[in-house]
Ligand binder design. Sequence first.
Ligand SMILES: [Zn+2]
Ligand SMILES: [Zn+2]
Length: 640
Amino acid sequence: MSHTIAVKAEARGAKSILAWLQGSDPELSEQALAARTDGQLLDLSAPLPEVERLEILTFEDEAGREVLRHTASHIMAQAVQSLYPDTRLAIGPAIEGGFYYDFDTSATFGPEDLEKIEAAMADIVAKDLPLERRELSREEAIEFFQKRGDTYKVELLEDLPEGKVSIYSQGDFVDLCRGPHLPSTGRVKAYRLLNTAGAYWRGDERNAMLQRIYGTAFPSQEQLDEYLRLREEAEKRDHRRLGRELDLFSLPEQLGGGLALWHPKGALMRYLMEEFWRKEHLKRGYELVFSPHIARAHLWETSGHLSFYRDGMYGPMMIDEEEYRIKPMNCPFHVLIYKSQVRSYRDLPIRYAELGTVYRYERSGVLHGMLRVRGFTQDDGHVICTPDQIGDEVKGVLDFALFLMRAFGYEDLEIALSVRGEADHEKYMGSDEDWKIAEASLKDALESRSLEYKREPGEAVFYGPKIDIKLRDEMGRLWQGPTIQFDFNLTSRFDMEYVAADGQRHTPLMVHRALFGSLERFFGGYVEHTGGAFPVWLSPVQVRVLPIADRHHEYAQKVAAELKRAGVRVEVDDRKATTGAKIRDGETQKLPYLLIVGDREQEADTVSVRQRGEGDQGARPLGEFLEHLKPELEPPSSEA
Ligand SMILES: [Zn+2]
Ligand SMILES: [Zn+2]
């Protein structure tokens, strides 16, 4: 939350916002990072503007965090230039969780360099250098950076329109920058450089490869330490690493960029997720459909994909002398199913759902494990209904989305409602009436479920308003989750109709919704969220029996057979190894239950239970263990 402070008349003439704040609210002045008025960000070192009220931003505000971290990125760049004088600066923005800067330099940054750079940053912070803002005309700035040999800055400036630009300096360091920044380097209290990566200038593979250094900054050492702890945990849980260790999937180079193979254990989990998904859809009145992977280019012209999504599509390929394309989305197919007969208002609502595999072009630089791939399966669905029905339909989709995410252990959600901007209505498809109905239904659904959300004017896509649900994982990171999206474009492009009670033909409303989004991305994120410790119902192996010695193998097999009959996925570890080693292996594999059987268990017809995360639970009869296990074998139920 930002703080809005009244500016008293007698404060006018304070030499800076910071000086005024130190007089009026010393505590807040310590936390303050920037100010804002009328949506415009200001340096704390700027003169106090003639306003009645001023918004003060702290680390709680996204814009405040960015100011702190962007200032840290300038300090890092200054340190790099002082240590490696041939370095030219590219760009250095704040990003979610931290900042980076891209450098063109003859040095190759390794871990020791990062330490050296951090030490040089400490000197700059200790000197508490003021950051000074200066405005120049674009021409003056070009000349200025040309003289310094800062060719990247010159290139950036050449792309800007005529007018004023600002530069920020601290000591002998100067950067082209919109700002704002902290008043002095001493206000950056806790920072850490994290890693390096190669990055192309302007993200284009044809350009020079630069070296990027990532870092982060926080207002206090404690906050930084907590962040680093979660980050280390996230690294341990990296889905690419766990995917390999647990043998769930791979993305071999030989196969091609961004293409995944689901190995048997991962494929079993996907099968279980899909079964759960299908059953829940049928329960909620959806009809399941299938569609092919390719379609005539003509279809994609009708849908508009070939004009607004051409770069994301593969193909063309020629079949019977006609052009075909690989599908990037499933929607047009569902529209054709709808249009296969004349629909009456009595047929509505219609809800189609499909696990449809689509292919989209992504640049090789952005591919990332299962999270960013080129071929993936979308859990696509379309609700087609009348304006009277839309309120209940949107609520139904929202409830479904929340249920599904909670079933996978995502409780902490961030919801955004994206709508049109105030004065740019001509950019959008659909009538004002359509937009009003659509937005009201989304808003009502959120409010009827007492959900907090952020309304984001101007963030809607051109064909309709939408709800985006983001998931916060165990490490505090946000992931893209379900979307509920109106589409006034396809309904009109395909002339979708229904015959209303008045006997007239009307255009129905259509909502796209994806809950998992992409199965690949959701699965990758879920692996990290759980750290591979999947709930029993999803675990590829639910129970492993560990015989202590050879003479217990037969009893172990008997136990396993009985569990198998009860529908448990069980295996026996009859390798020649110590029980300690077998337990360690079972724990590394994150198996929910290990059953240890030796002389005592064999004699008493029991099993010694080790539960994941809980440790040794002692010996008990197998039947009792099964009773305890049974409720965990089923996926969460929406009837509960
Ligand atoms: Zn900057
Ligand atoms: Zn769709």
